[in-house]
Ligand binder design. Structure first.
Ligand SMILES: Cc1cc2nc3c(=O)[nH]c(=O)nc-3n(C[C@H](O)[C@H](O)[C@H](O)COP(=O)(O)O)c2cc1C
Length: 287
């Protein structure tokens, strides 16, 4: 007989293989002797949550999760990401009112905003009486990447304690208004909001593009990409068909409505075309 922990590892390895099969439609073998299988399974099990229990998220827990998230690596140790916790329910409602098609924003027991901060660095240059010849696109890019890593780390930390979450980039559809409400100074911009709460339902796995499309070895491979994407469309339609077709008045009703048709329709409309102007107006130089 195997010791109990080896039985558990075997079960977790099997569960992880099963999740990855559901995600990628391919068999990805998992060695049951690997360390950290629980953590891998939790990462692979990811799903966004948009329905929450009416149960508060303790401020102390939120602060703990923020501290874990802000422990993420940071480009050159520059630490260009901040988190803003929206505690004022009126403010949360006002943000939610800007985005009426996402009622989960108002309903979320906690709402956070992840920020890219390109302000601290030129500020300390000034305080230390140094020149700052790095006021160009890289300042914006590094801050946005740091902020995204902190967001992703928060998602993992929240999932570890059983919390559900849903990032909200839609706040950038109203970047100026949100920025004013949150009193964001020059060179501090929102990357995404985040709904957090105890999940009201289990949720489910959204299949992703096959690894033939998104995983490359030695050189970028783009052969047969549409064939692989169409295979993904069929796999996704079998497991998670879209409930609605986008803009049928413009594009008609498709008989096969997969991910690629949905994303092509979504991006056939101009979206956030004013975001560059907002970022520039916030003082970032993007050249
Ligand atoms: C940066 C970012 C922004 C997002 N913005 C929104 C949003 O504004 N509204 C929303 O409902 N979901 C949003 N999402 C969630 C995605 O829609 C979701 O991750 C995607 O549909 C895949 O589903 P899954 O997370 O359950 O695997 C966002 C996700 C990310 C990473």
């Amino acid at each position: 007989m195997l010791p109990i922990d080896q039985h558990d590892a075997g079960r977790t390895a099997e569960e992880l293989e099963h999740i990855l099969e559901e995600r990628f439609g391919a068999s990805i073998p998992v060695d049951p002797k690997l360390q950290g299988l629980d953590q891998l399974a939790r990462i692979a099990r990811h799903r966004s949550h948009r329905r929450f229990l009416e149960r508060a998220v303790e401020p102390g827990l939120l602060r703990l999760l923020c501290a874990c998230a802000l422990s993420a690596p940071s480009k050159s140790d520059l630490q260009q990401a901040d988190i803003l916790i929206v505690r004022d329910r009126e403010m949360q409602r006002a943000i939610a009112a800007l985005i009426p098609d996402m009622p989960w924003i108002a309903d979320a027991p906690a709402f956070l905003v992840f920020l890219a901060n390109g302000r601290r660095l030129p500020h300390i240059a000034e305080a230390r009486d140094k020149p700052f010849p790095n006021d160009h696109l890289d300042l914006f890019f590094n801050a946005a990447v740091d902020g995204a890593i902190v967001l992703a780390t928060f998602l993992r930390a929240a999932a570890a304690v059983g919390l559900g979450h849903c990032p909200i980039s839609a706040i950038r559809d109203h970047a100026r208004a949100v920025s004013e409400m949150l009193a964001l100074p020059p060179r501090v911009i929102p990357i995404a909001g985040l709904c957090v709460g105890w999940p009201a339902e289990a949720g489910s796995i959204t299949p992703r593009l096959g690894l033939e499309v998104t995983l490359h070895q030695d050189r970028y491979a783009a052969e047969d990409v549409m064939r692989h994407i169409e295979a993904y469309d069929r796999r996704r339609e079998a497991r998670r068909p879209y409930a609605h077709q986008r803009s049928p008045e413009r594009w008609g009703r498709a008989t096969v409505y997969g991910w690629s048709e949905d994303k092509a329709r979504q991006y056939a409309e101009p979206l956030r075309a004013d975001f560059g102007a907002f970022v520039r107006a916030k003082g970032f130089r993007l050249d």
